[in-house]
Structure formats: C-alpha cells, structure tokens
Design a protein around this ligand. Structure first.
Ligand code: NAD
Length: 448
C-alpha cells in the first residue's frame, strides 16, 4: 500500500535512532509505537485472545472467535481482551469489569486490542440496564487512554434483538480484532439486529462489487481506491478534470477506471449515474471522499470560501447519493460511506465553514440511515483525525506537531487507516451497521 504523502514525522524519526530513544526515555517524552498494520497472510492479532464476561453473547462469541488462538491463564503477551458486558444489569455488577480487566490489563502485547460488548442502551429492558450499559462507554474510553504501545480499546453495542449466532456482529469484531483497526481507538459502534452472511473469503469480501471513490487522485481517496480493490472491488476513481494524470495513475494502479467529475457540477449525479449504468449496470458502493478546506476565521471569511467548502463537502455527497438512488444507479443492498472529520465533532479555529460541512455530514448519515434501510442500503461516516497527507502537511509546524501527539497513540494516522475503516463499512457482511460515525483518530484529545 502506498505510504501517505504527508510531512515527515521528524519526532518519530528522531526517536527511532538509538540516541533519540535514549534521550526521550530519560526525559519522559511520549514515545509513539510503530503500529501493527494489516499484511495479507499475517495473523490478525499480535497474540492470543482472552474472552470473559457472563452475558448473552459470551458463548456465541467463543464460537465466533474459535479460529483465533485462545489465551492460557497466565499469558503475558495477550493479543486481545474481549469482554461480554451484556450481563451487567445493576450498577453494583459493574465491578465485573474491574474483576476481569484489572489483573490482566498489564499483560497486553504491543498493538493489542480491548473490545467490550454491551447492549445498545436505548434498547435496554430497564432503567438499571440502561445506566449500566451506558457506563461501559466511560470505562472503555478510559482504558483506551491508559493502555500503551499501540493498544486500543473499543465498545460494541449489540441490539438485544440480534440472533444468538451473532452473524451480524462478525464483520465488526473481525475489523476491531485485527491490524486493520490500527488507528481506530476509543470508539463506540452500534450493531443492529440483522443477520449477515459471511463472505466466501474474509480477505476479499468485495469480490464482484463495483465501488465509486470521489477525490481518488491522491491522499486518502487514492488509498481508499487501493484498499477496496485489494478487497476485490472494481473501482471507479473520480476526481476533478485538473487531477487527470494523478487520477489515471490511481486507476491504473488499482485496475479500475478513471472518471473526470467535479462533484459540485450541476449534472455530477446524472453524469455518474449514466457512467455506472452504462459500464457496470450500477454501483454497490459509493465513497464520498472528495473534500476541501478553505481556512479563515469567521471574521476574515469571504462568501466564496464558505460556499465552496459547503458545496464540495456536504451538498455534493447529499445530491449525488439522491440522484444515484433516483436513477437506480446504486443497487439495493448498497453501501454509502461519507467522510466527516473530528473538526465536525469538536469544531476548529479557522474552520467554521469546514466544521459546519463535516458536522452536516454526520447529520446526513444519521437522517438518511433509516430511509435507506428500506432498500437494505447502509450509510455510515468515517471521521478522520490527524492523517498524514498533503492536507495536513500544509498545517503550520507547531499546530501539526500538536495534532500528531495529542492522542492516545501519540502519532498521526496513515491514509490506509481511514481506508480500512471505509472497507469495513463497505463489506456486504456489515449490513447490520448503519447510521454510525466512527472516528479514526488514535483517540485524539480533540473533541474526545
Ligand atoms: P487531499 O486534498 O489530499 O485530496 C482530496 C481530493 O479531492 C483531491 O484529489 C482533490 O482533487 C479532490 N477534490 C477536491 N474537490 C473536488 C471536486 N469538486 N470534485 C471532485 N474531486 C474533488 O485531501 P485528503 O487529506 O486526502 O482528504 C480526503 C478527505 O478526508 C476529505 O473529505 C477531507 O476533508 C477528509 N479529512 C482529511 C483529514 C486529514 O487529516 N487529511 C482529516 C479529516 C478529514
């Protein structure tokens, strides 16, 4: 996979030299871990899995994870801790979290995974259960901030109506319990009640699918195209006409096609629908990745900057999806993935236009999910934090350095980290996951 073309991370380079590592250790400086990332053929986890808990999910969970090596009682390099907390129905029972995790939390391997499973609080059977299940969020996010060396912690809420086979939860667990979720940390994912059919191969779940990626000429979009193609999809790579050469490069690299398309053009949706219907009989996946920044404080903002950012980042994804649906160019059972940002969650100085557009994307996902569910189409958003790209290389040095380090993982993410999250949402096996906004930010302190 292509390395991100961001500014060099000089601090990490300094730390990876012997004198740098020594000085940093003596001075107590933060030391980012080299994160374990997906490589075909390598084990999903860095070590064995310890499963605990007494809820409705623990037995199906053991079946589901039977192909992961199980931990012996005193293993001290655990690849993952997975805890079924759905049995916790009273506040006094929250101590079960302490009892399971406290004795073993020190025994994690680098890049280990902590996953807690709970019952979706809004669907809980009683007030007590709603309280305890909601409490899991504070526990998991705090664990994420405490574990070291690239380890992460996530919470998965499972609908109480999910069938006991847990097939609808499998794609989420496989993503979280793998190197693909390297930069996803401190997140909460809600999984609905629907069952799923496992793909013929978990390594190529998108075999036979057609995907569109906007803004695919460079940066995050180019890597999304690569990862979707790796997973088996035929990828239509779209970008503005001026991006011509870089766009052809991406398309050639992924064995896909290039489409010159300004997403803000009045006929962008029609043009894309026509292309998809003529060449491919429609698309299964659309990733609205094209995005721009035009930063100025509000006092210094002009209307062109405001309008341009809203048009590319928010209006285009809304209009294009609507048109594809109206023209029958997005198939039933399709996947829509939008790209938000932590600036859309926390806001950011100098980015009133961008923050508005990216928060609007969250609204778009949440409002549209129930409507699209009628066609078995899911819509989700990824919200990247600091990712090493041309966009973040343009940030002034001190701000850029703060952006990298002010997170649990103490580093910026790679474009592939966003792409892996997109691919998880795009999987046919993720049909029970919709209306979700998942950050890929290394548990950045911004907006946390
Ligand atoms: P980038 O600037 O490197 O790439 C964006 C691509 O979108 C470019 O190829 C550009 O030509 C294309 N594009 C712009 N306007 C377009 C239009 N009107 N029609 C079609 N294509 C258009 O940016 P990136 O860092 O790769 O960001 C990709 C997405 O991720 C954006 O939506 C961005 O807001 C979001 N994001 C990035 C970060 C980060 O840290 N890099 C953080 C949060 C969110």
């Amino acid at each position: 996979m292509a390395a991100s073309k961001g500014a060099p991370d000089l601090y990490s380079q300094f730390l990876s030299s012997a004198p740098g590592a020594f000085i940093a250790k003596q001075a107590g400086l933060p030391q980012p871990e080299k994160l374990r990332r997906y490589k075909a053929g390598e084990p999903a986890l860095a070590g064995p899995v310890l499963i605990g808990g007494k809820g409705r999910l623990v037995e199906p969970l053991r079946n589901l994870l039977s192909d992961y090596p199980a931990a012996a009682p005193h293993d001290d390099r655990l690849g993952a801790l997975v805890f079924d907390a759905t049995g916790i129905g009273q506040v006094t029972e929250l101590v079960q979290l302490f009892e399971f995790f406290q004795p073993v939390i020190r025994n994690l391997a680098p890049s280990a995974r902590v996953v807690v499973l709970g019952t979706t609080p809004e669907e809980a059977a009683s007030v007590d259960e709603q309280i305890t299940q909601r409490a899991l969020e504070g526990f998991t996010r705090s664990v994420g901030k405490e574990v070291k060396r690239g380890a992460t912690a996530q919470l998965v809420y499972v609908s109480p109506n999910a069938s006991t086979g847990l097939s609808g939860v499998e794609s989420t667990l496989r993503f979280l319990l793998s190197a693909k979720s390297a930069f996803v940390d401190g997140q909460v994912i809600r999984v609905g009640a629907a069952d799923s059919v496992a793909p013929a191969s978990w390594d190529r779940p998108l075999e036979g699918k057609v995907a569109v990626v906007t803004g695919a000429a460079r940066g995050i979009g180019a890597t999304i195209a690569e990862v979707l193609a790796r997973d088996g999809a035929k990828v239509v790579c779209a970008d503005i006409p001026a991006a011509g050469e870089a766009l052809s490069e991406t398309a050639n690299k992924v064995g896909g096609t290039a489409l010159a398309l300004d997403v803000t053009a009045d006929d962008a949706g029609e043009k894309l629908a026509e292309h998809l219907l003529e060449r491919h009989g429609g698309a299964d996946i659309i990733v609205h990745n094209a995005g721009i920044t035009r930063d100025k404080t509000l006092a210094n903002m002009d209307d062109a900057r405001w309008n341009m950012v809203i048009a590319v980042n928010l209006l285009a994804p809304q209009r294009i999806t609507d048109t594809l649906l109206a023209k029958g160019a997005l198939k039933n059972g399709g996947r829509v993935v939008d790209v938000s940002s932590i600036a859309g969650i926390a806001g950011n100085r100098g980015q009133t236009n961008y923050g508005t557009s990216k928060a609007g994307v969250i609204g778009l996902v949440q409002a549209t999910a129930p409507v699209l569910a009628e066609k078995d189409i899911t819509i989700n958003a990824v919200a990247p934090g600091f990712i090493e790209t041309a966009m973040t290389a343009a940030i002034p040095f001190a701000t850029r350095e703060a952006g990298r380090r002010m997170s649990s993982l103490l580093q910026g993410g790679q474009t592939v980290d966003v792409a892996e999250l997109v691919a998880y949402f795009a999987s046919p096996a993720s049909n029970a996951v919709t209306g979700q906004v998942v950050r890929v930010c290394g548990q950045s302190l911004i907006g946390a």
